[in-house]
Write a protein that binds this ligand. Structure first.
Ligand code: KMH
Ligand code: ZN
Length: 317
């Protein structure tokens, strides 16, 4: 079996600071957590940014520049920048970092869904920041918009920057959306699919759901035309990760998707979640991929192009 690629999703936009004191917020904290995750075995880090003063999800390139420059001064980990941002941002805002930083990978959300976070409200009694309560309450009415027009826009960006998309599949219809883009010649194999399971609004994180998505992807694209990874949002994380390790898929973990190391116990870092997957993989006799292994497995443009031109970036910011 191929080596296991572990992706660490460091901070995201769905986890709010009041849920855990261990959520990295400032660019320095996000970068440090990414570096520690890489040391613990992550080959890829999935990066969002937040406003340092209150943790509100941000698309501001100046924060991304700080995060990336710290990570890249200390680690050769593969960088995957979000184009999902937060559900409150437009697609233009969400994707504006990609032409600037030209990362090896970026997320590419394969369809619109409800993305409800309000269920977290019941576990919080006091909020650290003013925006948080409203953000969770309003999520009852959020639609995470990813239309065919948005796909066209993102396809043009990834083509120009030669960035490999991590195709986020939240439900089975998203595989059919991808199939349509393939038929139109807008995306070409080999694909990297990320099955995001357990969002309230998307497919659940059960064993049957994962085998169903995998079977559908095999039928539509052919087993050898794609690699895949799984994100189990919340409690589904460890079970789905175990399945993916066993089935030849890859795994994403991190405080963006799940804040617990075991039932009722908060993870104290992203690295702790990554280490747990490393141990699991060891028990299941699967080797862990280094960043360079991941570059080969995913056919990425390579580390020599990652180190971006600082001057060019500053001009664009
Ligand atoms: N937070 C995940 C459920 C993105 O950044 O493009 C989805 C995600 C989307 O990672
Ligand atoms: Zn994300």
């Amino acid at each position: 079996m191929e080596k296991l690629i572990i992706t660490a999703a460091i901070t995201g936009a769905a986890t709010i600071p009041s849920l855990t004191p261990y959520l990295p917020i400032t660019p320095e904290e996000i970068a440090q957590s990414a570096i520690e995750s890489a040391q613990a075995g992550a080959a890829i880090v999935h990066i969002h940014a937040r406003r340092p003063e209150d943790g509100f999800p941000s698309s501001d390139p100046k924060y991304f520049r700080d995060i990336l420059s710290i990570i890249q001064s200390k680690s050769d980990v593969v960088i995957c920048i979000t184009t999902g941002g937060s559900v409150l941002m437009t697609v233009e805002e969400r994707a504006k970092t990609i032409p600037i930083f030209k990362p090896e990978m970026c997320s590419f959300n394969m369809g619109s869904i409800n993305f409800a976070l309000h269920t977290s409200l019941k576990s919080i009694t006091t909020f650290k920041f003013e925006w948080e309560k409203d953000y969770l309450e309003k999520s009852k009415d959020f639609i995470f918009k990813n239309t065919f027009k948005d796909f066209e826009y993102l396809c043009s960006i990834i083509r120009e920057t030669n960035t490999k998309p991590e195709l986020e599949i939240y439900d089975v219809g998203h595989l059919y959306n991808l199939d349509y883009l393939v038929q139109q010649g807008m995306l070409n194999p080999p694909f990297h699919l990320q099955f995001v399971m357990g969002v309230l609004g998307g497919i659940r994180g059960t064993a049957e759901d994962l085998t169903f998505l995998k079977t559908k992807a095999d039928c539509l694209f052919g087993k050898n035309n794609y690699t895949w990874s799984v994100v189990g949002v919340g409690a589904a994380e460890i079970n789905l990760s175990t399945m993916a390790i066993h089935m030849g898929g890859h795994v994403r973990v991190g405080l963006e998707d799940n804040i617990y190391i075991k039932k009722g116990v908060l993870a104290t870092s992203n690295a702790q979640l990554v280490s747990k997957i490393g141990q699991l993989s060891n028990l299941l006799h699967r080797e862990i991929a280094t960043p360079d292994d991941a570059r080969k497995i995913l056919n990425l443009k390579g580390s020599n192009q990652v180190h971006y031109d600082q001057k060019q970036q500053e001009r664009q910011i």
